[in-house]
Design a binder for this molecule. Sequence first.
Ligand code: GLN
Length: 551
Amino acid sequence: MAKHIFVTGGVASSLGKGLTCASIGMLLEQRGLRVRLQKFDPYINVDPGTMSPYQHGEVYVLDDGAETDLDLGHYERFTQAPLTRDCNYTTGKIYLSVIQKEREGRYYEGKTVQVIPHVTDEIKEAIHRLASDDVDVVITEIGGTVGDIEGLPFLEAIRQFALDVGRENCLYIHLTLVVYLKAAGELKTKPTQHSVGALRQIGIQPDVLICRTEHPISAEDKDKIALFCNVERKAVIEERDKQFSIYEVPLSLVHHGLDEILVKRLGLKTRPLDLDDWSAMVERIKNPKQEVRIAVVGKYMKHRDAYKSVYEALDHAGIANRARVLVERVEAEEVGSRGAEAILGGVDGILVPGGFGMRGIEGKIEAIRFARTHEIPYFGICLGMQCAVVEFAREVLGLEDANSTEFDPATDHPVIWLMEEQQSVRQRGGTMRLGSWPCDLAPESLARAAYGTDQIAERHRHRYEFNNAYRRAFEENGLVATGTSPDGTIVEIVELLDHPWFVAVQFHPEFKSKPTRAHPLFREFVAAALRQREASRTVASIELEAEVGAS
Ligand code: GLN
């Protein structure tokens, strides 16, 4: 029977609960256990797909096409656990199912349908769904902060869960913030006490406290937390902010003995922990041999997490190339207003990520033109591919008003247009072309060289696509389709001939990159940017020598 770990959060949001769950999953896997991870989000949207990235950060897409919370990205980057649409439930998704059953009429046998037991049963079923025979541990993260009204049904459900499967098979971890009061020059444990108090009132006694803190927690403070929160002293775990990278988190949790506590408390038999590969990867992060500057030109730059997986994948590519990737977050509108040279002059590579809507489009197109004409490595993702196609059509094919019909439905040259399957779609939620689709790669292409194989599968999230009526004109002028759907109808990758590295893809490769296994396209993009940096340095030193020689 599977064991269960439930992770709640207290005092403040954004403490890194997702990262902690992912780290725990990784540590248990590295002890040979089979792990599944799941997140509950207490908001009413059925999934984050309909939310603005400003609200929610990135929408993370799974192979099966589920649009999920970005914490699932951490789960995938840290572990091998398979993720499906059963791994992310919102209040909306739970209620939708309950209400559908009620409308069917038979399911609730004429009873009054209520939060307890019907909604809580629905939540518990979602947890059971992951606990199949071939799973040792299910880790369930409860989004939000203890004390939120909207989180109550989830907390009630995980309380009941221990009654159903036995308290000895469940472990509750509470992630909390130990606040530093600058004026007093000391750490304050009271908010943590209150947060655990709120949890205990609901009937959940945490077994482990993970205390996020900017400063070391003294033995005295740990004693106090243990006593007032009724948690074993050694199960009060300190988690300090990391200096280099989020990938250090599991190592520090091990340092504080967390994995040992978990397996003991749950009575799990495991092999010894093997962190060799992970530690080697972290060492590479700490000791890069070179640096490279990549501009990410997008539209939601102010939100730290709007392109979360893209930033992570760039870091992974840095690890693979033994380089520190310095990301410049560029507002596309700025490129439009101040000009590409002023903003992008001196970067070694340019990436335009996915996006929706008109704002910033012209700035993105200008950034791509700059990359194309200055031979700067370019990587376009989804909207970044569509903009590259529009740019090329306007400048090289001379189709001045070429556009995507997303931005100009009346354009004479719809080089990007709505996919046929999308034309009858009226509802917004969950209706894009989503999830993993196969793609055949052309021999001799940069993509084929990067992947080292002829067929790949990548994740998608789009409604618009390359218009095949223009394919010939593009290819005759040097922008070639090097990846298509196996039936040849959907252009998935375009590459520019006569350019050091210009690859643009309709899919989202960032969702499949891992710190220990960088995505091939990100890896090769950063490698090309490093070559570009080297080349521009050589040119600069030759120019300098010439100057010195002349003077
Ligand atoms: N807005 C474009 C489309 O729907 C691109 C989507 C994206 O970048 N994810 O096709």
